[in-house]
Design a protein around this ligand. Structure first.
Ligand code: TYC
Length: 102
């Protein structure tokens, strides 16, 4: 392109400047030892679920093997996973929590 090009200096197309951040599912895994009440507590305390919703998610995980607690940007999902595992280990429960790109 030269300065004699009729399109010189003309912006022909705009690429979006910002991509939407990828979102990550935070997933609880079932096990045979973590008490149901503790899982409900985790869902209320760290994922701000009502008692009813927390119970529903806990029972879903119990029957189906895993379940989604929420969907968050990477850093928040990573923090939630760390908080859940920390609380579980502090209480000597084997509860596992993972994150997965949506
Ligand atoms: N299966 C556990 C029990 O019978 C309860 C449980 C539910 C554990 C969900 C983990 O993510 C979980 N006590």
């Amino acid at each position: 392109m030269s300065t004699r090009d009729p399109n010189y200096g003309t912006v022909l197309e705009h690429k979006p400047e910002l991509k939407k951040p990828s979102m990550y599912k935070v997933i609880l895994l079932n096990d045979d030892y973590t008490p149901m009440d503790f899982v409900v507590y985790i869902l209320e305390e760290y994922f701000y679920k009502s008692r009813e919703e927390a119970t529903r998610i806990m029972l879903h995980v119990h029957h189906r093997g895993q379940g989604i607690c929420g969907v968050y940007p990477y850093d928040i999902a990573e923090t939630k996973v760390a908080q859940v595992i920390e609380a579980a280990r502090r209480n000597e429960h084997p509860l596992q929590c993972i994150m997965e790109k949506e």
